[in-house]
Design a protein around this ligand. Structure first.
Ligand code: SAM
Length: 258
């Protein structure tokens, strides 16, 4: 039986956080989807894709818009309801389910993705289980693309605190993110404090594993993937991915089910 997911995941991933950090402008999302489809080598006539930890469907929906059939799973009911509503409104071939990605096996698919640091939330055993489920969901030859923090860059440009001043639902909002590094345990610990006028500040915590690129690659291999490669971002036209350096802002690790 899968143990309960850490409680902080439910506290952190609110509609507010989705609006601030998960929503992408449509043109950006469309470009990202086209490049992800190329990286996953999805059949141009339309393939089946598993979006593990899909959030509100920020990438799943544009993949469906370009003709792929998408299955998405996420722990957060509000996110899944938002993704379903968007898919229904446009008549897209997309199915979204509330579930735990450590246990959810999708219908056999041509490609799978774990996007925007959805990995590293559930402890080493949970992280490995998640990648095993992605592996088991793929058809032979299918690829998983995992987008995650590039920890060498995060450490080189370490920012212990960052304040985002914005508006949410018409009201001013400051979101203060304070980050601590547990270098012995290998965790990135954050306190997220929402400050709105006339209300007491609300704080929530998160705890994400800091995997170095070669450690992500090792977990991919342990989950059964072969031909594992690490990139520093999505590639330009005709390129698999951007070269990975200590300055790359993202790590994209790709592996193939034999
Ligand atoms: C940073 S968000 C990224 C969401 C989405 N992939 C995107 O690109 O917008 C991480 C997501 O992972 C989900 N998540 C984390 N652990 C999970 C698990 N064990 N099962 C399902 N979803 C999980 C969270 O609920 C959250 O929606």
């Amino acid at each position: 039986m899968t143990p309960d997911a850490p409680a902080w995941i439910h506290d952190l991933y609110t509609p507010e956080l989705a609006a601030l950090f998960l929503a992408r402008p449509p043109a950006v999302a469309a470009r990202e989807a086209a490049r992800v489809a190329a990286l996953l080598r999805l059949p141009p006539e339309g393939g089946r894709v598993f979006d593990q930890c899909c959030g509100t469907g920020a990438l799943a929906l544009p993949l469906a818009r370009i003709g792929h059939e998408v299955e998405g799973v996420d722990l957060i009911g509000d996110y899944i309801r938002a993704a379903r509503a968007a898919a229904d409104a446009e008549g897209l071939r997309a199915r979204f389910e509330v579930g735990d990605a450590r246990a959810h096996r999708a219908a056999p698919c041509h490609g799978a993705l774990s996007w925007w640091t959805s990995f590293g939330h559930c402890g080493d055993e949970g992280d490995l289980s998640m990648l095993k489920r992605a592996h088991d969901s793929l058809l032979p030859g299918g690829r998983l693309a995992l987008d995650y923090m590039n920890i060498p860059q995060v450490l080189a440009d370490f920012m212990p605190a960052h304040a985002l001043r914005t508006t949410y639902e018409g009201a001013p909002l400051t979101l203060l993110r304070e980050t601590r590094l547990d270098l012995e345990g290998g965790w990135m610990l954050k306190t997220w404090t929402y400050i709105t006028p006339g209300a007491p500040p609300r704080a929530t915590e998160s705890r994400v594993r800091m995997y170095m690129p070669w450690e992500v690659a090792a977990v991919m291999r342990a989950a059964g993937f072969e031909r594992v490669r690490c990139y520093g971002g999505l590639g330009e036209e005709g390129e698999e991915g951007a070269p990975l350096t200590h300055q790359s802002r993202r790590l994209i690790c790709v592996g193939e089910r034999p």
